[in-house]
Design a protein around this ligand. Structure first.
Ligand code: SF4
Length: 410
C-alpha cells in the first residue's frame, strides 16, 4: 500500500509491505524500516546508508565514475559507528515523526490510489518506526552485543538471514589474508545454543519478517562440528525457528567439508540444510600454500561433490587478485580446472571476490617480503574475464555474482 501526501510542500510517499515500511520525501530522501521498527536503510542525495542490526552503518556513495571500467572501484564506502550512526537514525525518526504529525493533522489528504486513508494498524506500524530514535538505536546495539558475538562475514545473499552462532571463531585461523575472526574457536553446547537461538528470536521480534528469509549457521565453519552435535543444533533451529520451513545455510572450508560424507550432507538436508558456502579462493595449490589456506584444491573439489551428492547446493567463492602477478597464470588455469571439476549446476552459486588487503593481516607483509606484486585494476578485470571464459558447465550454469566483502552489513 502506498499513501501520498505533502510535507512542507514536498510530495511524500508512505509505503507499507509485509516486511517493511518506507517514507520517501521529494526525490532525494528515502528511509526504510523493518516491521520490527528498526531503521535498515536511508538514502539521501545520492548517499546510501545501510544499518546493520549491530548498529553500524555502511555509508556508500559514488564519485564521478567516468573512465572507471569497474563500477565497484567508483564506489566509496565508509563505516559509521556509535553516535555518528545514531545521529542518522535520529534524523530518519525526526523526518518520519514530522510526516506522522502531518498525517494525523489532516488524514483526509493522505490517501492511497483507491482513495483510502491510513488505518489505525498502518499508522501504528509507522509510529513504531518513529520511536526508533538515537536512544533506542543505542540500546538496541547494546542488546545485539549481548546476544551475538561479532558476525565476521556472510555471503552476499545472506545479509537478511537469521544468524545463529553454533561456534565462535575459526577452527583454522591460518589464512594470511583473513581478519574476520578474533575469538578463540569454540563449539557451543546444545543447551547454550538453544539459549542463544531463543535470545536471537526474542531480539529480532517482528524484524524477523524482513531479516528471516533463512537461517545462517555461523560462524566461520559451523559444519566442522561432529554430526551428533550438529544434528542437535538442527533440532534446536527447527524448534525455535520453524526449519526446515526456513532453509539453513552455512560456511565450510574445503578441508573440513571433505571430512563429511554425502550421507552426512543428506542427513543435514533432511533437517533443513539447503546451501553450503565453500571458500575455494583458488584451485592453484602453490597459491593455497602461500596464503596458508587449510584445504588443497582436491579437498575443496571433494567437499563440493560430497555436499552436492547429499542433495545440498553450494556457493563457491573464488578470489580474484590473490597471489598477485607471481601466481596469476597458475591461479587462472587451476581455478578453472577446479571449478569445472565441481560440476556446478543451476542451483549453485559461484562468487568472485576481489582480494582486499587488510592492514594488520599477514598477507600484505608476506607479499612484500616475497615480491608478490598486487594486480592492477586492468589485470584483475582480465583475470576475472579469463576465469569466466574458461568455465564449462554441463546444462544450465550456476548463478555467477560478485562478492565484495566491503559491502557486508549485519
Ligand atoms: S578458513 Fe576462512 S575464516 Fe578461517 S582463517 Fe581461513 S578464510 Fe578466515
Amino acid at each position: 500500500m502506498v499513501f501520498r501526501g505533502r510535507l512542507h510542500d514536498r510530495p511524500v510517499l508512505l509505503s507499507v509491505k509485509d516486511t517493511s515500511v518506507s517514507l520517501a520525501v521529494g526525490d532525494d530522501w528515502i528511509g526504510a524500516w523493518d516491521v520490527g521498527g528498526r531503521l535498515y536503510s536511508l538514502w539521501k542525495g545520492g548517499h546510501t546508508y545501510r544499518r546493520g542490526l549491530n548498529g553500524r552503518i555502511l555509508h556508500k556513495w559514488r564519485e564521478d565514475g567516468r573512465g572507471v571500467r569497474d563500477p565497484y572501484d567508483a564506489r566509496q564506502r565508509v563505516h559509521v559507528e556509535g553516535e555518528g550512526a545514531n545521529a542518522l537514525v535520529q534524523e530518519a525518526a525526526d523526518v518520519l515523526r514530522g510526516a506522522l504529525v502531518a498525517v494525523t493533522g489532516d488524514p483526509s489528504t493522505w490517501l492511497d490510489a483507491a482513495g483510502r486513508r491510513l488505518d489505525a494498524a498502518v499508522l501504528a506500524s509507522f509510529e513504531r518506526c518513529a520511536r526508533f530514535d538515537a536512544a533506542a538505536a543505542r540500546e538496541d546495539a547494546r542488546r545485539f552485543a549481548r546476544v551475538f558475538s561479532p558476525v565476521g562475514i556472510l555471503p552476499p545473499d545472506q545479509y537478511l538471514s537469521i544468524v545463529l552462532q553454533a561456534t565462535e571463531g575459526c577452527s583454522f585461523g591460518t589464512c594470511t589474508f583473513c581478519a574476520l575472526y578474533h575469538e578463540r574457536y569454540r563449539v557451543k553446547s546444545t543447551d547454550e545454543f538453544l539459549r542463544h537461538a531463543e535470545a536471537v528470536r526474542d531480539f529480532l521480534g517482528d524484524s524477523v519478517r524482513l531479516r528471516g528469509r533463512s537461517v545462517f549457521l555461523g560462524a566461520a565453519n559451523a559444519l566442522a562440528v561432529p554430526m551428533p552435535r550438529i544434528l542437535e543444533f538442527f533440532e534446536v533451529i527447527a524448534a525455535v525457528f520453524d526449519a526446515p520451513g526456513r532453509p539453513v545455510h552455512a560456511f565450510v572450508d574445503g578441508f573440513t567439508g571433505a571430512r563429511k560424507t554425502a550421507v552426512d550432507y543428506a542427513a543435514l538436508r533432511e533437517k533443513g540444510l539447503r546451501r553450503v558456502y565453500v571458500g575455494l579462493e583458488s584451485g592453484h595449490d602453490p597459491l593455497l600454500a602461500f596464503v596458508r589456506k587449510p584445504a588443497a584444491r582436491d579437498q575443496a573439489v571433494e567437499a563440493v561433490r560430497a555436499i552436492k551428492a547429499g542433495g545440498v547446493s553450494v556457493g563457491v567463492i573464488v578470489m580474484i587478485g590473490l597471489g598477485g602477478e607471481r601466481f596469476a597464470a597458475g591461479h587462472v588455469r587451476d581455478t578453472i580446472a577446479a571449478v569445472n571439476d565441481m560440476r556446478l549446476g543451476p542451483d549453485d552459486l559461484l562468487f568472485f571476490s576481489d582480494l582486499v588487503e587488510v592492514p594488520g593481516t599477514a598477507y600484505p607483509q608476506r607479499a612484500a617480503d616475497e615480491d608478490v606484486r598486487p594486480l592492477a585494476l586492468d589485470a584483475r578485470l582480465a583475470q576475472f574475464a579469463a576465469v569466466r571464459a574458461g568455465l564449462v558447465f554441463e546444462g544450465r550454469p550456476p548463478h555467477l555474482a560478485r562478492y565484495d566483502v566491503r559491502e557486508f552489513v549485519y
